[in-house]
Design a binder for this molecule. Structure first.
Ligand code: DGT
Ligand code: CA
Ligand code: CA
Ligand code: ZN
Length: 612
């Protein structure tokens, strides 16, 4: 969160609390100020350093609010907000998240029933106490009760793997609507963030009503949250889906704006300003001929924001090109150097789904998978994989008793995998072509089947399967499954020791995190990836959407260190081979190119890596 966002959130809370205590007009002023602080291109802490007058230069920020902003930047608090919090000690963010509950309602319910939290609100509604408060009826009470579970849910972020299929379904539903000229996802889902606040969809069309109607009639929509002229929101599978409709000639500018991130947009807008241009969701405008007063934006009035001569906006690429930049892939739009890289023509040539040759980490019913060796290999062949590894769990710390393989079972499985590969048309066992010598022999087959193991890294970093057994395998993935709460220093040492193990090819799901439920290890990522680069061990991007581990930031560190990335599904069923796309987009968030990704290089290269 930028400092501007932080300050804006405080001002919004200020507005809500004023409104809750019955103050009029002032809340609106605070909300307007908040909006402009959020939009402002200069960091608010820089302005604050120059004093209140500099802060008051922000649109709609008067002297009184400017003083509070400076106070916040300097002390981390706003005294008046603290006393409002004491006066009304309620969790206003949680309560107003309930549809139909605004700040005024929060104020009334506190005064009458001392409700301060979502749980208390729920208990009071269940006890039918709310309908006894003046101004509230039984119907309001029922509505509140019904909306609480969603408010609770919505305060959590949805995992990418849960949201993306919903977004895809919405896209294809809208794509089939006659009046729709183009439709795209935007927001965090287009950037393939690991978690999603809400799903944003943008439609280009001359029409409005038929599209809103088609959207609210979408069979997967469980409820309509709101439906206006140019926009609508529904709830689907527990996630909010926001639709915006714009004219086709403004689609590119809107797509750029609503894809975000906010930080990226600020950086791009600053570049526009440097060139005497103005960028907003309606287009890129040359304002050099427009006088200052007329150019003053009013956030609420779209026409006043279409000012000057429009130089781009129909296509997103056109917007970037008019700013002398290469179009920036959505995954990179986090203001982490992509704007400078795009301006210098230095953007990475990101790895794509079609570059992937196959998977180095999958499971069968020999451990905790649900399908046989043959079924998994056939599924890989059907997907068009060139190389596929079966790596069931070895017995060890953190692996459910009786699901992991001991050394004898691993040797048996090697035979079983080779036998299954020989049975499948176009497939060969890696061991069968390896003895023939040249990596090219492996490249000639349709599908090369490898046999490996997912070994366990114990708390100290030892790999808990015999060296002799590991040495005989085609591929060794080693992963942490136990002691995931250990401190950062211990985790760093542990993972470095594991990547330096001579038989380990891939460090599997390096942190062991489970998104929204388990934070996992917190190692010094740079130290681990540097050790991996030196040892020639690849860092896995585990594509299971509950994991996405390594994450984009760790991939970026690995790429910078010169370590290889392996994008693996960790599939326990054929269907889960489809997780690969989440891994590819996560690797893209880490700026990974084909050369960085072990299983995107040629099959001959991959075979050579495994032989070493
Ligand atoms: P999320 O939904 O929390 O995962 O994150 P986003 O990035 O999808 O954010 P969201 O849904 O609030 O808005 C979608 C995009 O629209 C956001 O990435 C940038 C743009 N946007 C929305 N509101 C504002 C705003 O007030 N200022 C700026 N600069 N951009 C905004
Ligand atoms: Ca969003
Ligand atoms: Ca949104
Ligand atoms: Zn694992």
């Amino acid at each position: 969160m930028s400092r501007n966002d932080e300050v804006a959130a405080r001002l919004e809370e200020f507005a809500d609390r004023l409104e809750a205590t019955g103050v009029e007009y002032k809340p609106t002023a605070y909300r307007r100020a908040a909006e402009n602080v959020r939009e402002h291109t200069a960091p608010v802490e820089d302005l604050a350093a120059d004093g209140e007058a500099a802060v008051a230069e922000i649109d709609r920020v008067g002297d009184a609010i400017a003083a509070k902003i400076v106070e916040y930047v300097e002390t981390g608090e706003i005294e008046e907000l603290e006393s409002l919090r004491e006066e009304l000690p309620v969790d206003i963010g949680a309560l107003t998240a309930v549809e139909g509950v605004g700040p005024k309602t929060v104020g009334s319910l506190y005064e009458a029933l001392e409700i301060t939290t979502l749980d208390e609100l729920e208990a009071a509604a269940e006890a039918e106490e709310i309908q006894t408060v003046s101004g509230f009826g039984a119907k309001t009470e029922t509505n509140i009760l019904e909306n609480i579970p969603f408010a609770r849910e919505a305060r959590k972020r949805t995992r990418l793997g849960d949201a993306r299929p919903v977004a895809d379904a919405a896209l294809s539903h809208l794509d089939a609507v006659d009046a729709v000229a183009s439709v795209e996802v935007c927001g965090s889902i287009r950037r393939w963030k690991a978690t999603i606040g809400d799903i944003d969809i943008l439609v280009a069309s001359e029409a409005r009503e038929p599209i809103v109607e088609a959207f609210t009639d979408w069979p997967e929509a469980d409820a309509t949250i709101e439906a206006g002229t140019g926009k609508a929101s529904v709830r689907a599978n527990g996630t909010r889906v926001d639709l915006r409709i714009v004219d086709p000639d403004e689609f590119g500018a809107a797509l750029q704006y609503f894809t975000g991130s906010r930080a990226h947009n600020v950086a791009v807008r600053n570049r526009a300003i440097d060139r005497g241009l103005k960028l907003n969701e309606y287009g890129l405008f040359d304002v050099s001929e427009v006088d200052e007063a007329a150019a003053e934006p009013d956030a609420a009035d779209a026409d006043s924001r279409r000012v000057g001569e429009r130089v781009a906006g129909a296509t997103e690429d056109g917007v970037y090109e008019a700013l002398d930049m290469a179009p920036v892939p959505p995954e990179l739009r986090e203001d982490t150097g992509e704007v400078a890289a795009a301006a210098a023509g230095d953007l990475p040539d990101l790895v794509e789904m079609s570059d992937l040759h196959g998977d180095l980490h999958t499971h069968t019913d020999w451990s905790d998978g649900g399908f046989s060796i043959a079924e998994m290999i056939e599924a890989a062949a059907a997907r068009g994989d060139d190389l596929y590894a079966i790596t069931d769990h070895a017995a060890g710390p953190g692996v459910v008793a009786n699901t992991g393989l001991d050394e004898a079972e691993i040797a048996d499985q090697a035979e079983a995998v080779a036998a299954a590969a020989r049975q499948i048309d176009g497939a060969v066992a890696f061991g069968d072509v390896q003895d023939a010598g040249e990596p090219a022999d492996a490249a000639d087959a349709d599908l090369v089947v490898c046999h490996g193991i997912e070994a366990n890294i114990d708390a100290e970093g030892a790999v808990t399967t015999d060296d002799e057994t590991l040495a005989a395998l085609d591929v060794v993935v080693a992963s942490p499954h136990s002691a995931l709460g250990q401190d950062s220093a211990a985790a760093t040492e542990r993972l470095i020791r594991a990547v330096e193990h001579p038989h380990v090819d891939v460090l599997g799901h390096p942190t062991g995190r489970l998104i929204n439920s388990r934070p996992g290890l917190d190692p010094d990522v740079t130290a681990v990836v540097e050790a991996a680069a030196a040892a020639g061990t690849a860092i896995e991007v585990n594509a299971n959407p509950a994991r996405l581990d390594a994450d984009g930031d760790a991939v970026r560190a690995a790429v910078d260190a010169g370590a290889s990335i392996a994008i693996n599904t960790d599939a326990h069923a054929p269907r889960e081979l489809g997780y690969a796309r989440y891994g590819v987009h996560t690797a893209r968030r880490g700026w990974a190119e084909v050369a960085d990704v072990l299983n995107a290089r040629s099959v001959a290269d991959l075979a050579a890596f495994l032989r070493e």
